[in-house]
Ligand binder design. Structure first.
Ligand SMILES: [Zn+2]
Length: 261
């Protein structure tokens, strides 16, 4: 299994990070992706990826942290992206749910990072919350304008129709803990039904968004196995099949050699 979105660099994991990683490995996780959220967190993220095999990172500014950037922030994102363990630009996007940053600045910082990603030929990890109407035109234009561009809508929480439009453009759909919820979850079940297995990336977004039965607790990569089991159940395939496909999707998306470290 591949947890394609885990914030194991955050202080929530300072006490037991190594145990969290080894628990995930015991549960069958072979690969991990840590998205960047601000410049200040990058040294710690890079240190974690350098001292652990099969843990990679993305370089980027989260929309909630786009308000007070240093003037040369984009150069820092670019420099971090040149590290051999950096496999994407992210997480980037638009977030109108938390009002941490003026909307026009968010859109500008997102657009600048889209350009940076195409410049560097890297895939992008997208965060979007209650802002899909503004994000979609920018994202779909970006996808259409270049060959081989790759994007994942992480923690996708829209609807089946929007998911299909994204899949048609080759965009991947990131699925995590909320897909296991039991109540009022028809919308997410429908998304799993319509999105082809080849377009799904497994993720936790830990320490957030724990799957059932850990809802409300700190999330960790090992719990993504519960999300995978739910996806397999909805799809009517074996967990092994769902594992093989989503892991291959993650390796392919981030251009990671199966045997690399
Ligand atoms: Zn995230």
């Amino acid at each position: 299994m591949f947890d394609t979105h885990c914030h194991i660099d955050l202080p929530d994991f300072d006490e037991d990070r190594e145990e969290v990683i080894s628990r995930a490995k015991k549960a069958g996780f072979s690969h991990f992706m840590i998205p960047g959220i601000e410049l200040d967190c990058m040294d710690k993220i890079i240190q974690i990826t350098e001292s652990n095999s099969n843990i990679y990172f993305a370089s980027g500014i989260h929309p909630n942290n786009a308000a007070e950037l240093v003037p040369d922030w984009a150069e820092h994102v670019r420099k971090n992206a040149s590290h051999p363990k950096c496999k994407a630009i992210g997480e980037i996007g638009i977030d109108y749910y938390r009002e941490y940053c003026p909307h026009d600045i968010q859109r500008k910082v997102f657009s600048q990072q889209l350009e940076l990603a195409s410049d560097l030929g890297l895939p992008i990890i997208i965060h979007c919350r209650t802002a899909y109407e503004d994000l979609w035109p920018l994202l779909s234009d970006w996808m259409k304008q270049g060959h081989g561009r790759k994007a994942v809508l992480h923690a996708f929480d829209e609807d089946a129709e929007k998911a299909l439009l994204a899949v048609e453009l080759g965009i991947m759909i990131g699925m995590g803990g909320p897909y296991t919820y039991k109540k009022k979850n028809e919308r997410r079940i429908e998304i799993v039904q319509v999105v082809p297995m080849e377009s799904i990336l497994l993720e936790t977004d830990c320490p957030y968004l724990s799957p059932i039965p850990h809802r409300g607790e700190r999330n960790e990569p090992a719990y993504a196995a519960l999300t995978l089991a739910k996806i397999a159940e909805i799809k009517g395939v074996s967990v092994e099949e769902a594992d093989a496909q989503t892991t291959a999707n993650g390796l392919d998306f981030f251009s990671i050699d199966k045997h690399s470290i």
